[in-house]
Design a protein around this ligand. Structure first.
Ligand SMILES: Nc1ncnc2c1ncn2[C@@H]1O[C@H](COP(=O)(O)OP(=O)(O)O)[C@@H](O)[C@H]1O
Ligand SMILES: [Mg+2]
Length: 218
């Protein structure tokens, strides 16, 4: 993944906020990289752009050698669905779907519906250590378990890039470090991970740390 001179501004009333001010970042296949920065430094904005959830105002973004600048919204959402796994701070599970159904969701939206097999769902659920919770609803799970479900859902399409926005932000420190253990195991298994956090303990589990301040990488 390679990004050059990414910029993004928001207008809030009459004021303009430059959230991202010309960011260069390269992540090689198999790397585990953390982006650290205080609240408001632009971490989520950057991750949303890299996750194709938002478009930058300027800059170049390449994933697997492909330039995303001029593609349609439809193509962009297909790429997002097939190539990128996203883990949010608040888990973002669907409350009325059980673990297996939540994890299987990305397969239903994918263009390759024949991949929607139970086997790959069960495999990733096992990978995150939740084989005993397959039929449970989110409300029946702990915070750490819910985040494991979200990670399994992010992995079910075997994405080329796993993005995580403050994945331990809603968890106590013990549960948070268990989730980081899981990220380390996934990394050892070859998953490419880019995670943002404001917590140095969490960031220090990555191979490489980038510091973000006021929308620029220091
Ligand atoms: N949708 C938005 N509209 C207006 N301002 C925004 C929006 N999203 C983010 N911002 C502003 O951009 C800056 C960076 O925000 P964000 O990327 O969420 O930072 P972080 O994740 O590091 O806390 C902040 O000043 C924030 O208020
Ligand atoms: Mg944020």
């Amino acid at each position: 993944m390679e990004a050059r001179n990414l910029r993004k501004s928001y207008t809030r009333g009459l004021a303009r906020v430059d959230a991202i001010k010309g960011i260069d970042i390269t992540v090689s296949s198999g790397e585990f990289v953390a982006i650290m920065g205080p609240s408001g430094s632009g971490k989520s904005t950057l991750l949303h752009i890299l996750g194709c959830l938002e478009r930058p105002d300027a800059g170049i973004y390449l994933l697997g050698g492909r330039d995303f600048s001029d593609i349609s919204d439809r193509e962009l959402s297909l790429i997002r669905a097939e190539k990128i796994g996203f883990v949010f701070q608040n888990f973002s599970l669907i409350p009325h779907l059980n673990v297996a159904e939540n994890v299987g969701l990305p397969l239903m939206y994918s263009s390759q519906q024949d991949r929607a097999d139970e086997e790959s769902v069960l495999k990733v659920i096992e990978q995150v250590g939740l084989a005993h919770r397959v039929g449970h609803l989110p409300v029946e799970l702990s915070g750490g378990e819910m985040q494991r479900v979200a990670i399994a859902r992010a992995l079910v399409m075997t994405p080329v890039l796993l993005l995580a926005d403050e994945p331990t932000g809603n968890l106590d420190s013990k549960t948070g470090s268990e989730i980081m253990e899981l990220f380390c195991r996934l990394h050892e298994g070859g998953v490419t991970i880019l995670m943002v956090t404001h917590d140095i303990q969490v960031a220090s589990r990555a191979e490489r740390i980038l510091n973000l301040k006021d929308g620029t990488i220091q």
